[in-house]
Design a protein around this ligand. Structure first.
Ligand code: ATM
Length: 231
């Protein structure tokens, strides 16, 4: 992967990236309901972390591989009725491929991986949202990911009404999950919050803050996670 090349850049070269933590192998996940501002945050974080000298890989779920992209199309297809457990198994089939082909290899060569959604999305959407029991879902996720765990999960916590307004303003066509009613998205939001509160590797950030505040808080949290990983 490109990390090896980046490491070979002479540190004194004027345009060389500042390689601070070249072997960080850090796995960062960004979670939140649709319209919470994940994409903007991820792009800004990747830019800043590259400036720090990290070899950043941005990826997403469902997706991240050819199989994952194919699953995503099926998963979001409004014309397809899909049972809750089928949803869980589909996203985890895609996840197993994603972990095996993309995330694990990137971490193995010291890259910093930023993933738009991961296992918390399954617990929040299929568990809290659809009403599936959490423990079997956790077991399915565990089968898909093995020992790959995020070092930090950032939750962009945004009220459903705010997220809906943003999506409406952007004119985004609603997919199979987005078109669920507000009560569903409220359960998902509460699920994300409960998951975040139950773990020290999570950080919830108020999605109503300004873009700059969200970015600053997030970047500080990521840098702290990188520091904890390499120190
Ligand atoms: P994005 O548009 O954020 O990439 O997510 C696609 C949808 O997939 C999202 N829908 N909404 N709203 C959440 C859903 N999803 C699940 O339901 N379970 C999962 O495990 C994952 C990864 C995503």
């Amino acid at each position: 992967m490109s990390m090896a090349l980046a490491s070979e850049s002479p540190p004194s070269a004027p345009d060389a990236p500042r390689l601070i933590h070249s072997n960080a192998s850090v796995f960062i996940v960004i979670e939140g309901i649709e319209g919470s501002g994940k994409s903007t945050l991820i792009a800004a974080l990747a830019h800043a972390l590259r400036g720090d000298g990290h070899d950043v890989l941005m990826t997403r779920e469902p997706g991240g591989t050819p199989l994952g992209d194919a699953v995503r199309e099926i998963f979001l297809d409004r014309a397809l009725p899909i049972a809750p457990m089928t949803e869980a198994l589909l996203v985890n089939a895609a996840r197993a491929q994603h972990v095996s082909d993309v995330i694990r290899p990137a971490l193995a060569v010291g890259r910093l991986v930023i993933c738009d959604r991961f296992t918390d999305s399954t617990l929040a959407y299929q568990g809290y949202g659809r009403g599936l029991e959490l423990e079997p879902l956790r077991a399915v996720c565990k089968i898909a990911v093995g020992d790959v765990e995020p070092n930090l999960t950032l939750l962009l916590d945004t009220p459903v009404s705010v997220a809906r307004d943003r999506l409406r303003t952007r004119g985004v066509a609603t997919d199979r999950i987005e078109r669920e009613d507000d009560a569903f998205h409220e359960r998902v939001r509460r699920g994300f919050l409960e998951l975040a509160e139950s773990s020290p590797r999570h950080r919830a950030i108020d999605g109503r803050l300004s873009e700059k505040q969200i970015f600053d808080e997030s970047l500080n949290a990521v840098r702290a996670a990188v520091g904890a990983r390499v120190s």
